[in-house]
Design a protein around this ligand. Structure first.
Ligand SMILES: [Zn+2]
Length: 72
């Protein structure tokens, strides 16, 4: 139980980005996850034919999957 609590947001004003896994103060919330501004811009600017785009899509699908499990 105490282990879990340590993982919960160490700072109230920053969150861990889902994509780059870095602590960033600015970003958007997607479901219960956080995507930093840098990654958001990256996703927007990445062409769907780019291999990097597939990486982002997989990450985002993971979020939806986690969300469904939480609701079940
Ligand atoms: Zn990021």
């Amino acid at each position: 139980m105490s282990l879990y609590q340590k993982k919960v947001k160490p700072y109230s004003d920053t969150e861990i980005c889902l994509i780059c896994e870095k602590q960033k103060p600015l970003g958007i919330h997607l479901y219960h996850s956080f995507i930093c501004l840098d990654c958001e811009m990256d996703i927007i600017n990445t062409k769907t034919s780019d291999q990097k785009y597939q990486f982002y899509v997989r990450r985002l699908k993971q979020v939806q999957f986690n969300e469904k499990r939480r609701q079940a």
